[in-house]
Design a binder for this molecule. Structure first.
Ligand code: PLP
Length: 415
């Protein structure tokens, strides 16, 4: 390995082309390794707006899209776009500043107030992304005297956020309440315990058992944190999220979520919860303190998306009905769909190659879906992840099921 540390006092050997060439060789080797392992992620280029029907660069028009997090179809909603244009014109392109220097506009304060009201919490703080919200919260909140207990399948950004903090770390088996209880017992020696979980898990479409988690948290005097990126706006009768769906809105202390999925899909994230926590994050959270304010157009999109959701729960209800239609028709066709009642519908196939060729064949039939295999999901659990949106028509869903059935038979995933 050319990067092995030198013995002290040794002179580094000169390499052909110097450090720049060495770096290039190393990077090319690493890229080759990724290609060789079959885990290369390529990006398809879209030449239209985000929505249920796409045009791909280089041709493909009228592609039916089943792989965006555009759960409510608000990414291209005319009122959301208009709100962004108005905010852009009134408040400019951006703030060229972090929030505490000269980057806070009235629209940022209004959106924070609206988010807190939507979730029925005391206050909220905006970030450039939910990745940042997750990166900022644990370090600001927890000290070496505290403990954090995290589901093993939590999103990468929660894992990274926890890595950055100095609290004692416990990882419990995915949604395993016995294991969580054992870890909570072990963590009694610490000053404060925080259980951290995704509300809905994006690879399996399964929903955290929040009622049981909150009961255990109560029993062992712990706080509960949920990441609601795949729940905000559409889970629960009014789209408030997993805590509303499972009747524990008053038991979950902290919510992190994104503005980049159901809530208009532009970008941005937030934490909402007790006011002193939000106040502390404004003082201590590094991704908040050292990163630019959210651009006004982005704030405008999210703000309008929340208005639409607070006016009526019709969009969220419509998405639930579409999800039900897809799941029941696919299961009737003989497919196994992981999770329950969530618009993330993983079509379980097992074999990585099968998932890849079926996804490719679906695109040949005008349906855009993505295959996932190891290391994104465990070995032997390859799947095609389908995501339903409120703006899919019943015909779109039926076309997708028909294409799956044809492709599944062709590749012997169905009898
Ligand atoms: N948390 C979860 C569960 C996610 O799925 C994602 C995005 O994929 C994030 C956090 C990060 O959200 P954002 O795109 O706002 O950074």
């Amino acid at each position: 390995c050319p990067w092995r540390p030198l013995a002290s006092g040794a002179t580094p050997p000169r390499r052909r082309g110097g450090a720049g060439a060495e770096l290039r060789r190393r990077l090319e080797n690493e890229l080759e390794g990724i290609r060789g392992a079959g885990t290369w992620k390529s990006e398809r280029v879209i030449a239209s707006r985000q929505g249920p029907h796409l045009r791909l660069a280089g041709g493909g028009a009228g592609i039916l899209n089943f792989c965006a997090n555009n759960y409510l179809g608000l990414s291209s909603h005319p009122e959301v776009i208009r709100a962004a244009v108005e905010a852009l014109e009134k408040f400019g392109a951006g703030l060229s500043s972090v929030r505490f220097i000269c980057g806070t506009q009235s629209i940022h304060k209004d959106l924070e107030e609206k988010i807190a009201r939507f979730h029925q919490r005391e206050d909220a703080i905006l970030y450039a992304s939910c990745f940042d919200a997750n990166a900022g919260i644990f370090e600001a909140l927890l000290t070496p005297e505290d403990a954090v207990l995290s589901d093993e399948l939590n999103h990468a950004s929660i894992i990274d956020g926890i890595r950055l903090c100095k609290a004692n770390k416990y990882r419990y088996k995915h949604m395993d309440m016995q294991d969580l209880e054992a870890k909570l017992q072990d963590a009694q020696k610490h000053r404060l315990r925080l259980v951290a979980t995704d509300g809905a898990f994006s690879m399996d479409g399964d929903i955290a058992p929040l009622r049981e988690i909150c009961q255990l948290a109560q029993k062992y005097d712990a706080l509960v944190f949920i990441d609601e990126c795949h729940a905000t706006g559409f889970l629960g009768p009014n789209g408030r999220g997993t805590d509303e769906l499972l009747g524990v809105m008053d038991k979950v202390t902290i919510i992190n979520s994104t503005l980049g999925k159901a809530l208009g899909g532009a970008a941005g994230g937030y934490t909402t919860g007790p006011k002193p926590l939000i106040d502390l994050l404004r003082q201590r959270s590094r991704p908040y303190l050292f990163s630019n304010s959210l651009p006004p157009a982005v704030v405008g999109c999210a703000s309008k998306a929340l208005d639409l959701l607070m006016e009526s729960n019709a969009i969220a209800q419509s998405m639930a009905a579409k999800t039900q239609r897809f799941r029941s028709k696919m299961m009737a066709a003989g497919f196994t769909i992981s999770g329950k009642d969530h618009p993330i519908c993983p079509v379980m196939l097992g074999d990585a190659r099968l998932a890849a060729v079926m996804a490719e064949d679906m695109l040949n039939r005008g349906i855009y879906v993505i295959g996932f295999s190891y290391p994104v999901v465990p070995k032997g659990k390859a799947r095609i992840r389908v995501q339903i949106s409120a703006v899919h028509s019943d015909e779109d869903i039926d076309r997708c099921v028909e294409a799956f059935t044809e492709v599944g038979r062709k590749h012997r995933a169905l009898p």
